[in-house]
Design a protein. Structure first.
Ligand SMILES: *[C@@H]1O[C@H](CO)[C@@H](O)[C@H](O)[C@H]1NC(C)=O
Ligand SMILES: *[C@@H]1O[C@H](CO)[C@@H](O)[C@H](O)[C@H]1NC(C)=O
Ligand SMILES: *[C@@H]1O[C@H](CO)[C@@H](O)[C@H](O)[C@H]1NC(C)=O
Ligand SMILES: *[C@@H]1O[C@H](CO)[C@@H](O)[C@H](O)[C@H]1NC(C)=O
Ligand SMILES: *[C@@H]1O[C@H](CO)[C@@H](O)[C@H](O)[C@H]1NC(C)=O
Ligand SMILES: [Ca+2]
Length: 633
């Protein structure tokens, strides 16, 4: 086999010359590209990974390969059952060959060793061996071939074949040999170029981390959030801004009937840049027993715009649908303007519900004496924390007894942190898979005003600065210089030449790219830039690295792509299970700038117009949100 054969990968790049609909993409990461062609790849076509627990039998693939501990145990069982046929000296002579051959499915190059890269051609029965190694094997243990093939199919089928092969060293090795001397076993193990950066995401010449993507769903209209239930079903719940939540099953199928259809109640419009709408959903952290979902959306009540957080109960007869008659309002906050509605809802590891509320809108947080965000008498511009457990009778929520401002005069007890402008997408760190380091940390992107976008690490009682500060710099000079501000600076801020509306992401804790473990991966809605931050544990500083798409050759894998639609709306991760989890990015393809000239802030007239015209609501909400003030205000 020559390198040319590696280029047989079918090219599945999607056509990007048109903009079909809004896309939801799978953020899959890159396998070290080798001469741009032959990749580490597993027999199931997936990329290799770092097993969560070290392997016991095929130890050499403990660091990075294609087997988890469970598969490793199965291989070991098979080995010992084959070795039952041997006496001690046979075991000593042939055990090592059999073990090595059986373990090749754990090799990060398994797909290549088994000729499995091209799904249209038959796979080899056994991994491809190098010539010398095969000759050795033939000399010492040729009669073991039938044992290896025995349980791969109908034993009769192989009986004649192996009988013929075992007698003739040339035919034996014609059958087992992989002619490509670099990729055959065992040379593939010792080739330095192939093994140097296994599992490492590579940097391009400018230092940008190169990734590839896989599309997993499309045809969504402004998908604002994607979550999982953590209940072993591995389904996804994808929310669209106009008020739908859809269930995607683990096999990729979408259930026809919506999980939730709130389109009749959600206040939004087809106007590009409308920040209102259905913005988030969170499931109870013990969803298997507490069958409740929480949603965050814009609503018009008595001509007043509000955001509403409400609770739904799962249908008793359909686990892929909420009981639409079960809605119970948990909290409503009046929005003085139609932008900056916040929009994040999530459960922390403490079991409490966190709600991220925007500053109420317009530019520069103009309300009151020093804006809403620094005013603890209002819920606007805050991170809230409430307890929704055991709320079936009485109040819809209670205040956790250790909320930071309890008992402070003229301060809302729900407040957990303040000084936030318009946090868009927050996440909780799962923690390092082996040490647990970082577990429970809460990261948010806070959309900036005119100059800086920032990423914050949210802690109890923290003041995140707005409107005194935007990023690291002063926005309101007077407030900024007040020594009692005592604010927490972002872990990172970037100027508007890099992007104009941050979309918070996740700490990568997957196992396919061990060198990305601990990186915070996020993006910018306006510029489409994908970015990462890596913490220096000694200094606590976060170092920025851009993420770019791998080159065509790098991503030339079945189903992989290396481009995406520019408007990064949100990120997601899937349920961690036996398998590695992945990161996802939700993107939109349509430009929104054209419609910026439409002024509709605080336009109750417009809302009425929209409400009076339900057809409009059923039009896909073309573009998405946020940062309207760039040109409108
Ligand atoms: C196997 O070999 C025997 C004898 O050489 C022959 O009769 C039989 O048909 C062969 N079976 C297959 C499946 O080729
Ligand atoms: C996925 O699973 C569902 C339910 O088991 C089934 O109805 C559907 O046909 C499956 N879809 C695919 C593409 O296999
Ligand atoms: C969602 O609800 C609206 C009315 O509330 C209805 O007109 C629409 O058909 C529903 N959509 C789906 C997909 O069920
Ligand atoms: C703080 O917010 C409350 C509630 O909106 C408002 O009544 C009060 O005037 C504000 N305080 C200042 C100093 O602006
Ligand atoms: C500084 O902030 C405190 C608390 O918000 C306030 O009471 C005080 O008047 C401020 N000082 C100045 C000089 O603005
Ligand atoms: Ca800040």
């Amino acid at each position: 086999m020559t390198l040319e054969t590696c280029k047989l990968f079918p090219r599945h790049l999607v056509q990007l010359s048109f903009c079909p609909q809004h896309l939801l993409l799978f953020l899959l990461l890159l396998l070290h590209a080798w001469w741009g062609s032959c990749h580490p790849q597993c027999l199931d076509y997936k990329p290799p990974f770092e097993p969560r627990q070290p392997l016991v039998f095929c130890k050499e693939y403990s660091k990075f390969g294609c087997c988890d501990l469970e598969r490793d145990e199965e291989i070991s069982v098979r080995f010992y059952s084959i070795m039952d046929n041997f006496d001690h000296s046979g075991f000593v002579t042939c055990g090592k060959f059999i073990r090595s051959i059986l373990c090749q499915e754990c090799s990060p190059y398994a797909a290549h060793l088994y000729d499995a890269e091209d799904a249209n051609t038959p796979m080899r029965l056994l991994p491809g061996l190098c010539g010398d190694y095969c000759t050795d094997y033939w000399h010492q243990c040729r009669y073991t071939l039938s044992l290896l093939l025995e349980d791969l199919g109908n034993p009769q089928q192989f009986a004649n074949m192996t009988a013929g092969l075992e007698e003739d060293s040339r035919r034996f090795c014609d059958f087992l040999e992989l002619k490509d001397r670099q990729y055959c076993y065992p040379n593939v193990m010792t080739n330095e170029d192939l093994n140097a950066n296994l599992g490492s995401v590579r940097e391009d010449a400018t230092g940008c981390l190169e990734l590839c993507l896989q599309e997993i769903a499309n045809g969504l209209r402004n998908p604002v959030a994607m979550i999982h239930a953590d209940d072993g079903t591995h389904r996804f719940f994808v929310a669209e801004q106009l008020g739908y939540v859809w269930v995607y099953l683990s096999n990729g199928s979408r259930i026809d009937r919506p999980f939730l259809n709130l389109t009749h109640a959600v206040l939004t419009s087809p106007w590009a840049g409308d920040e209102r709408g259905f913005l988030c959903i969170a499931l109870h952290p013990r969803f298997t027993t507490v069958r409740k979902a929480y949603v965050y959306y814009s609503v018009s009540v008595k001509r007043e715009e509000r955001i509403r957080i409400s609770e739904f109960t799962l249908s008793t007869h359909d686990e892929n649908q909420l009981d639409h008659s079960s809605e119970r309002t948990i909290l409503e906050v009046v929005e003085p303007a139609s932008n900056h509605n916040g929009g994040q809802l999530l459960f922390g590891h403490d079991g409490y519900l966190y709600i991220f509320i925007g500053d109420g809108g317009r530019a520069g947080d103009p309300f009151g004496k020093f804006g809403n965000s620094q005013n603890k008498s209002t819920l606007l511009g805050k991170v809230l924390r409430i307890d929704v457990d055991n709320n079936d009778d009485g109040a819809p929520y209670s205040i956790p007894s250790d909320n930071p401002f309890l008992g402070e005069k003229e301060t809302k007890p729900e407040i957990y942190a303040y000084g936030v402008r318009n946090m868009w997408r927050c996440s909780i760190d799962r923690g390092d898979p082996s040490t647990g380091t970082g577990r429970g940390r809460m990261f948010c992107g806070d959309v900036g005003q005119n100059k800086y976008e920032e990423v914050d690490l949210i802690v109890k009682g923290g003041n995140y600065g707005w409107r005194a500060k935007e990023g690291f710099s002063c926005y309101d000079r007077k407030l900024c210089q007040n020594s009692s501000l005592d604010d927490i600076l972002p872990i990172y801020a970037y100027p508007h030449k890099m992007g104009k509306s941050v979309t918070g992401g996740y700490i990568y804790r997957g196992c396919q790219m061990p060198n990305l473990n601990g990186l915070y991966i996020f993006g910018d809605f306006m510029s489409g830039r994908l970015m990462s931050l890596k913490e220096n544990p000694l200094t606590g500083e976060w170092k920025y690295t851009e993420i770019c798409m791998g080159r065509d050759q790098t991503c030339r894998f079945p189903k992989l792509i290396n481009s995406y639609y520019k408007y990064i709306i949100s990120f997601a991760e899937d349920e961690a299970g036996k398998d590695c989890n992945w990161l996802y990015v939700l993107c939109n393809c349509i430009l929104m700038t054209k419609i910026f000239s439409v002024k509709h802030r605080e336009s109750h007239d417009l809302n009425e117009h929209i409400h009076g015209n339900t057809d409009l609501l059923n039009i896909p909400v073309k573009n998405w949100k946020k940062k309207l003030e760039v040109s409108a205000f």
